[in-house]
Design a protein around this ligand. Structure first.
Ligand SMILES: [Zn+2]
Length: 137
């Protein structure tokens, strides 16, 4: 997901805590992912590219009506295989992207309410994704 679109990671937040509050609402997270993953807002199937997408409201999953593929807002992103929610990941991305001197995993963990170990893993993965992006674009 961190192709050129990463640069559009703009949230009107002045601090990490601001950002955490902003993404505390799952609907906000999904709307945000939708904007990043599918510019223009039209959800496309990751398998067949179809646009005939239904929503499984109860589980916040998406389903392609053409090929029956089920996917989520995390599919195809660096968050995909993580049990941590977007409410943790999105502020973490913001923090890593916006901290000039890097953010410590202790600080990040405290702000997000996750363990230092989880915070370290997240920031590591986010930095990897950003490095990869810079190296290929
Ligand atoms: Zn499909």
């Amino acid at each position: 997901m961190f192709s050129s679109r990463c640069q559009r990671f703009t949230v009107d937040a002045k601090s990490l805590l601001d950002c955490v509050r902003y993404f505390a609402d799952p609907a906000t997270c999904r709307a945000y992912m939708r904007q990043i993953k599918w510019p223009g807002g039209k959800i496309l199937c990751p398998k067949c590219g179809g646009a005939n997408i239904g929503q499984i409201i109860t589980r916040h999953l998406l389903k392609c009506r053409d090929c029956k593929k089920q996917f989520s807002y995390k599919t195809g992103t660096i968050f995909e295989d993580s049990p941590l929610g977007l409410d943790k990941w999105l502020p973490a991305v913001w923090a890593v992207a916006n901290s000039q001197n890097g953010i410590s995993s202790h600080e990040l963990g405290r702000a997000l309410g996750v363990t230092q170990k989880s915070a370290w893993f997240m920031s590591h993965r986010i930095r990897e994704a950003m490095r990869w992006k810079q190296g290929t674009s």
